[in-house]
Design a protein around this ligand. Structure first.
Ligand code: SF4
Length: 236
């Protein structure tokens, strides 16, 4: 049990702050950066882990408050799934009420730092069908799970983007064939086309993927680890 909210307002993230829609995002601590040593990113690669994780070389590490809060939420998830999912569902219920009051759809990204199928997990654990229960919410996510892309490619209220990494080019092509955008980190000049699909600036806003399907979302490398990536995660 934790006292903080699970969903953070979109303005807490530079890119989500640029969203056209009022947005909320659930940040967990990526991969195995939690006390249980369990992953929330089943398809994480060496390249993306290196770029994404706060470094921990095994020595005592002092995390900043943001990382600590994310680890706390992830620990909550692994130690009390029902409690976590019940709280998450309550916060989604409240966001849906807010959307109703404002008369507009609110964008929700549940995998900010994770890659879980929360809709199936919530349905299985607490028997709530989130995708059909909250008409004032629209959901979006990045994923490296091609199975998730295939499952939700045509969903009218859940918009996924496949995330390219150094080892999943074939899955990128499968996603594009399903009309699903692919996010690619480009270290050099951004090309006009990649894998024969038009490239647009994916850093413009986080909810672009809801309105732009079957495109490449170009992302710039963020931070020195991404800029110095040698794994192939960043395309040069
Ligand atoms: S880039 Fe995505 S899959 Fe990779 S560690 Fe970060 S959140 Fe997980």
């Amino acid at each position: 049990m934790i006292t903080q909210k699970l969903l953070s307002p979109g303005f807490t993230n530079a890119k989500t702050a640029k969203n056209e829609r009022l947005s909320y995002i659930l940040y967990l601590s990526p991969h195995k950066q939690n006390s249980h040593g369990l992953t929330v990113c089943p398809k994480a690669t060496d390249g993306c882990i290196n770029v994404c994780l706060v470094p921990n070389s095994g020595r005592a590490v002092v995390f900043n408050r943001i990382t600590e809060a994310r680890i706390k939420k992830t620990d909550f998830y692994f130690s009390d799934r029902i409690g976590f999912l019940t709280q998450l569902n309550k916060e989604l219920f409240n966001a849906n009420k807010l959307g109703e009051k404002l008369g507009k759809k609110i964008a929700i990204r549940l995998n900010g730092g994770s890659d879980l199928d929360f809709f199936t997990i919530i349905k299985n654990r607490i028997n709530v069908d989130v995708l059909s229960s909250y008409p004032n919410l629209v959901f979006y996510d990045y994923t490296k799970l091609i199975g998730k892309v295939e499952k939700y490619a045509d969903h009218p209220n859940y918009f996924v983007t496949f995330s390219r990494a150094e080892n999943n080019e074939e899955d990128c092509k499968k996603a594009l064939a399903l009309n699903v955008p692919v996010a690619v980190v480009f270290g050099g000049k951004i090309p006009e086309k990649y894998l024969d699909h038009v490239v647009i600036d994916g850093d413009k806003a986080d909810d672009l993927m809801i309105d732009n399907r079957s495109v490449i979302l170009a992302l710039k490398p963020k931070g020195s680890k991404a800029k110095n990536d040698k794994s192939g995660f960043v395309v040069r």
